[in-house]
Design a protein around this ligand. Sequence first.
Ligand code: ATP
Ligand code: MG
Length: 182
Amino acid sequence: MQGDLTEFVHQIVTLFQRSAEQKGIHLRYRIGRLSQGEYAFDADKWDKILTNLLANAIKFTPKGGQVTLTGMPVWSSGEMTQVAFRLVDTGIGIPFEQQPYVFDRFYQVDSASTRAYEGTGIGLALVHELVGLLGGTITLESKVNLGTTFYLTLPIEPVSKTVNLPHIRWSTPKSNALELEV
Ligand code: ATP
Ligand code: MG
């Protein structure tokens, strides 16, 4: 697909707004100048990646929590043009020892007997595979009872103007991010 990346991601987030509200979770989408101009990207794969990550964030965050997707501006380094996302939740977190396994097929943190959440343990394995197919990266940081952050980068094909930014500065997202309530 070729088109406005910001609008595409915005639409995906909007689809989760109702389920977040029903659960009493504040879902925010913070975007920088995600895209100036048009980019070619694999909409099917992007949709599955973002949808699975957002679904998990909402599922594993209790009432009153927050889920925030931040998109950083498109940047180019060498031959590659990429976009980076950070998805932060204030959910149950993933124990450190189990973090290496969450991208494995059928792996779920709580054992079948005490399992309180629906699902089959497929989502993150699919995400990992799709990110790999696209040539992107995905990593996570998590603390039990505090929450989980997924960092995602995905390459895209510029079809018009790009913004050249040498570094992502996650520490100061407010400086170039526009906060939107969706
Ligand atoms: P499915 O995605 O197939 O419906 P699932 O959500 O249980 O099932 P995955 O999405 O693959 O499976 O995630 C694997 C496991 O990683 C989850 O069962 C959960 O234990 C843990 N996990 C994933 N995302 C989060 C998150 N945001 N917060 C806490 N734990 C998470
Ligand atoms: Mg899942």
